[in-house]
Design a protein around this ligand. Structure first.
Ligand code: C2E
Length: 279
């Protein structure tokens, strides 16, 4: 018995050791990732449920790691958050995404918008406003074609400060979306104090949607309330036709999910935009 315990301990100690040394490797190489051009953006289309066309895209960062291959954000965004390196990554993402949106607009898709995730640390920085203004100026992207996505829980961390920052961003003409809506504990009427334009219903609610479930009732209620407050509603995580039919019936404006497309490269997204327009 003792031996089993000892072996188990050794096993976990090895696992933890490996995990923390991999983490240190990642932390060190993350600092060089931008300069080495290892970060890439993939884009996931946002569909208008009225026209069925692609009206925008969300920029999602990936890391082409020389040793570990293509890393998804859950493998490095938490490390970037803890080390503060998220600020540099966020700056790079915003610039690249706006530049890409401007390029799509220039080749004939003027109304395409781009959505970019903003982390808690970025929202907290006084430089955020200047940086957004600078990127819009350099890329010449119309501010109302940029959507900044901030999670409900991040907004609530320091509600008064968030409200002030969001007002400044709104004054520039940028649109604000509340991401992962429904996962925090705030009500929509409370969120009304924030100058927001869009709410993105968290993808966890997509599960069982359309059947006689709690999730269906919650999604219907969020859509009705959002509409009565004149907000645009977007549903994430749409994977099946049944979920789409349900959202359509409930009057949801926009949707995103694997049913339409996984996040793809900029070139692939462009092909999808063209395809949905003509098809
Ligand atoms: P998010 O903002 O909620 O992004 C949506 C995530 O859901 C993406 O994962 C996307 O691939 C996934 N997804 C989309 N449709 C479906 C679907 O139908 N089913 C399922 N199961 N999943 C779907 P991804 O790319 O791994 O990103 C994860 C998270 O990493 C993002 O969640 C966001 O919080 C964060 N993230 C990604 N890029 C950035 C960035 O540039 N900056 C910051 N601060 N965070 C980022």
């Amino acid at each position: 018995r003792k031996e089993t315990w000892r072996n188990t301990y050794k096993f976990y100690a090895k696992e933890i050791g490996e995990a923390s040394s991999q983490r240190m490797d990642l932390e060190l190489s993350l600092r060089r990732a931008i300069d080495n051009k290892e970060l890439v953006l993939h884009y996931q289309p946002v569909i208008d449920l009225g026209s069925h066309e692609i009206i925008g895209a969300e920029a999602l960062v990936r890391w082409n790691h020389p040793e570990f291959g293509l890393l998804m954000p859950d493998k490095f965004i938490p490390i970037a958050d803890e080390t503060g390196f998220i600020i540099e990554i966020g700056k790079w993402v915003l610039y690249e995404a706006c530049k890409q949106a401007k390029a799509w607009q220039e080749i004939g898709h003027e109304s395409i918008f781009i959505a970019v995730n903003i982390s808690a640390i970025e929202l907290d920085q006084s430089q955020l406003i200047n940086h957004v203004a600078g990127v819009l100026h350099t890329t010449e992207l119309n501010p109302n074609r940029l959507e900044l996505e901030i999670t409900e829980s991040v907004l609530m961390q320091d509600a008064e400060a968030s409200i002030r920052t969001l007002h400044e961003l709104k004054q520039m003409g940028v649109r604000i979306a509340v991401d992962d809506f429904g996962t925090g504990y705030s009500s929509l009427s409370y969120l009304r104090r924030f100058p927001i334009d869009i709410i993105k219903i968290d993808r966890s609610f997509a599960k069982d949607m359309g059947s006689d479930s709690d999730n269906s009732a919650i999604v219907t209620a969020i859509i009705a309330l959002a509409k009565s407050l004149d907000l645009t509603v977007e549903a994430g995580g749409v994977e099946t036709q049944a979920q789409l039919d349900f959202l359509h019936k409930a009057g949801c404006h926009h949707a995103q999910g694997y049913l339409f497309s996984h996040p793809v490269t900029a070139d692939k997204l462009f092909a999808l935009i063209e395809q949905r327009k003509t098809g």
